[in-house]
Design a protein around this ligand. Structure first.
Ligand code: G6P
Length: 609
């Protein structure tokens, strides 16, 4: 995720900015840059790669001056490169800007600015902000910033400086965090507390549509119309290590809590008034007509998201899907022709088995559509069509926000393919799109249940096995939930399709066996209820995730903990449902004293076979 640091004070800005960016390295980035005001002009340096590479450039040509902005970029629009790195500057280099987030309407704004004569250097959405600021600038950078913000749709936090107003920094926030730090004769902006914690603990959190104007001895806050507002200071008491995790004890819990925002970022610009719009998926109707079978291939959690993808594509686009783990696919002699579409999912975009699968498929003439979280990754470079998850970097080994965003992407792809085939009614498209947009709220509901899930996990921390059952999409959620439990708590866990219980697994159920039941699908609820009664009568302790309207029935069946999702569209249920399972896995691991973020024997990115 991108990082922002800004400084205005008496000290030299360069080292404070670089040091602040280093404190944000944990967020992940692919390039870094700084802009500092000195002797009547803004100087800047930006470099693809690590901060160390930027430092080498700065060692040769330091940026002097005591006002500046810095940025670490995690690419979303345009691959990692020097030119796409931030800051971005206006053509006369009098205005510089750093940005976190995604400008949803940047294409529209870019077209307008090009017509006005602006020339673009980069592929980023951010550069439109620099030129927009310039187009509105008539001597007052605050006014220009206010007008610019009104034109922008999407999520953004911005740090802005102007060489005509050299003692000032402007900070603006919408749907992307930004804080202001107050020091003595110096003030700071940052996307996250660790960047400035060694200089100040006195912080103001900007809220959406708020603007801050900083000089070295003042900070003023305004609403979007420029009316002055008062804000409350927060004094940070965390130590620096906690601060990196945003106050959470583990990155995994932080990332679980980031899921509402991650889904919002996945959907930005892709659900429009005209329906689903996937810019980088360029399959045409003619291309699709030629495709006679689709393979979905991935590893680990990404594979589990692919399971839901299969269900969605088969349901909406009526195309038969074969799904395989990449490690099996590559040695199985799969039937691939020029009429094959291979869909791969990979958070990192660097998983060796997944890359090998792409290689095999491409050699056989298949078309490759990739869902990945990392712009410019190997998977992204190899694919013909790409859909980025926009989840921001994931640090904990156990994948959470990457999974829910992959599921959302799979549903978008299914709808897109169905639309191309003329199989999607306007009504269905609208209903599912609305429901997807509502899913962040349902994730919030799940997050609110954290304490209760924690209690249940602690009560049962000495269990030897935990089983998960569900049907249809719920079974797919169980598979992912079970993987999470294994990965981080080292408890033996298996998922079963509930209808298969009586064909074997029910023999495992005895007094005190813990069963997690995912029962969100309306059409199979009654069947699942019978399964619950079967395991309850053998003494199992059950935690269930279901729809509100089924609460009574579950409680009557003796289910110990019932968690209900409201306003549920069945196909969207896997997104909030898995969050309850992630939380259970997390608290079970904590209760058992496990190192949640770094489980034994596992790696985040498996780049070898
Ligand atoms: C490793 C990670 C998993 C991940 C899998 C696939 O096993 O520990 O969390 O799901 O690789 O990674 P990818 O980056 O391709 O999604």
């Amino acid at each position: 995720m991108c990082g922002i640091v800004g400084y205005v004070g008496d000290r030299q800005a360069q080292d404070i900015l670089v040091n602040g960016l280093e404190k944000l390295e944990y967020r992940g980035y692919d390039s870094a840059g700084l802009a500092v005001f000195d002797e009547g002009k803004i100087d800047y340096q930006k470099k693809k790669g690590r901060i160390q590479q930027l430092k080498e450039v700065l060692d040769e040509k330091p940026l002097a001056g005591s006002v500046g902005i810095g940025h670490t970029r995690w690419a979303t629009h345009g691959e990692p490169s020097d030119v796409n790195a931030h800051p971005h500057v206006s053509s006369d280099e009098k205005i510089a800007v750093v940005h976190n987030g995604i400008i949803e309407n940047y294409m529209e704004l870019k077209d307008k600015l090009i017509k006005e004569g602006y020339e673009f250097q980069s592929d980023t959405d951010t550069e439109v902000v620099a030129h927009l600021l310039d187009s509105y600038y008539d001597g007052d950078i605050f006014e220009a910033a206010k007008k610019t913000a009104k034109d922008l749709k999407g999520s953004y936090s911005l740090g802005i400086m102007s060489s005509d107003d050299p003692d000032k920094l402007i900070a603006i926030r919408k749907n992307s965090p930004l804080i202001i730090g107050m020091g003595e004769n110096e003030n700071f902006i940052a996307s996250d507390v660790p960047a400035i914690l060694e200089h100040t603990r006195n912080i103001y959190y900007l809220d959406n549509d708020e603007i801050a104007v900083l000089t070295k001895d003042s900070v003023d806050f305004y609403d979007e119309d420029g009316n002055s507002i008062e804000k409350k200071e927060t004094v940070i008491t965390w130590d620096p290590e906690d601060a990196e995790k945003g106050g959470y004890p583990y990155f995994m819990l932080k990332e679980i809590n980031e899921q509402p925002k991650a889904i919002e970022d996945t959907l930005i610009g892709r659900i429009t008034e005209d329906g689903i719009k996937l810019d980088d998926v360029i399959i045409t109707k003619e291309d699709l007509d030629k495709i006679d079978h689709v393979h979905i291939v991935a590893c680990g959690t990404a594979y589990n998201a692919g399971l839901l993808g299969k269900a969605f594509i088969e349901k909406y686009a009526r195309i038969p899907i074969e799904i395989e783990t990449a490690s099996e696919y590559r040695y199985k002699d799969p039937i691939i022709t020029e009429n094959t579409l291979l869909i791969v999912l990979s958070q990192s975009g660097e998983t060796a088995d997944t890359l090998a699968a792409i290689d095999i498929a491409k050699k056989a003439g298949a078309r490759v559509l990739a869902i990945t979280n990392v712009v410019g990754s190997s998977v992204a470079r190899e694919a013909d069509d790409i859909l980025y998850t926009n989840a921001g970097p994931e640090i904990a080994v156990a994948s959470t926000k990457a999974y829910v965003t992959q599921v959302a992407c799979m549903l978008l792809i299914a709808l897109h393919l169905a639309k191309l085939k003329g199989l999607l009614s306007e009504e269905d498209q609208k209903r599912i799109a609305e429901s997807l947009l509502n899913s962040p709220k349902q994730i919030e509901e799940a997050l609110e249940a954290s304490e209760e899930i924690e209690e249940f996990a602690y009560e049962n921390k000495d269990l030897h096995d935990v089983y998960l059952i569900g049907r249809g999409l719920d079974y797919d959620s169980c598979i992912e939930g079970s993987l999470k439990i294994k990965e981080i708590s080292y408890v033996h866990s298996e998922s079963f399709s509930a209808g298969e219980l009586k064909h074997g697994p029910i023999a495992l159920v005895e007094d005190g066996t813990v069963l997690l039941v995912v029962a969100t699908q309306d059409k199979t609820f009654d069947k699942l209820l019978s399964n619950i009664l079967e395991v309850r009568s053998r003494g199992a302790k059950v935690l269930a995730i279901a729809q509100e309207k089924h609460r009574d029935a579950l409680e009557k069946a003796g289910v110990e903990k019932v968690f209900c999702i409201t306003d549920l569209e069945d196909d969207i249920a896997p997104i909030p449902a898995v969050v309850y399972l992630q939380l259970f896995a997390y608290y079970l691991a904590v209760a058992r004293g496990c190192d949640v973020d770094k489980p034994k024997n596992l790696a985040k990115s498996v780049t070898v076979e």
